[in-house]
Design a protein around this ligand. Structure first.
Ligand SMILES: Cc1cc2nc3c(=O)[nH]c(=O)nc-3n(C[C@H](O)[C@H](O)[C@H](O)COP(=O)(O)O)c2cc1C
Length: 176
């Protein structure tokens, strides 16, 4: 499958099969994240990979505490992305706050994980809604550490690719 085909196939998975996810595939997802570019190569990220079934069930509960994400209960693994201190090059550091580019870097790492997962037959759903304090407690994450996102993973129960609701190229890009 070429990369554009992979982009068309990736979609937020909200119906996970009961099959567990192999640890090796999760390691490959982290390897893809590790290779992601970042401002000044600062790599302002760390990852907590949850594939223990009891812990994964508890993390799923923490993503459902706002009455959303009920479908995540069936996810078999989670990758929690944390923001770390970015060390920028001195010249750049004089112009911007150290964390100025971190959000971009973390978003890029999240997408590397999603595409690496898709490439291995896994479904993903990026989650912005979750109970941060409950996750801190469950995963022993220090109070000062900032969360980026949580990615739910598992094998999709249904491989049907939904039509994508997206703006057209004409709406979003100018070629000059
Ligand atoms: C930062 C971010 C946070 C998101 N949070 C949630 C969430 O909490 N629950 C959920 O079901 N989907 C969540 N999504 C998934 C988006 O709704 C989804 O990516 C978007 O509607 C496009 O659909 P697609 O991923 O199937 O192409 C999130 C996506 C992003 C990028």
């Amino acid at each position: 499958m070429n990369f554009l085909e992979l982009c068309k196939k990736r979609q937020s998975c909200r119906d996970f099969a009961s099959m567990p996810v192999e640890r090796e595939k999760l390691v490959n997802c982290i390897e893809a994240a590790r290779l992601t570019p970042s401002a000044c190569n600062s790599q302002p990220w760390s990852f907590v990979v949850v594939d223990n079934p009891e812990k994964a069930a508890a993390v799923a509960q923490a993503t459902m505490q706002f009455g959303a994400n009920a479908y995540i209960a069936a996810a078999k693994a989670f990758i929690v992305i944390l923001e770390e201190h970015a060390v920028l090059m001195p010249k750049i550091r004089g112009l911007f706050d150290s964390q100025h580019f971190a959000q971009n870097d973390l978003g890029a790492a999240a997408m590397s994980i999603c595409y690496a997962a898709e490439d291995q037959g896994l479904g993903t759903c990026i989650l912005g809604l979750f109970d941060r304090e409950e996750l801190r407690r469950l995963l022993d994450i220090p109070a000062e550490k900032r969360f980026a996102t949580v990615i739910a993973l598992g094998y999709p129960a249904d491989g049907t690719v939904r039509p994508k609701g997206r703006k057209s190229i004409e709406q979003i890009a100018r070629f000059i």
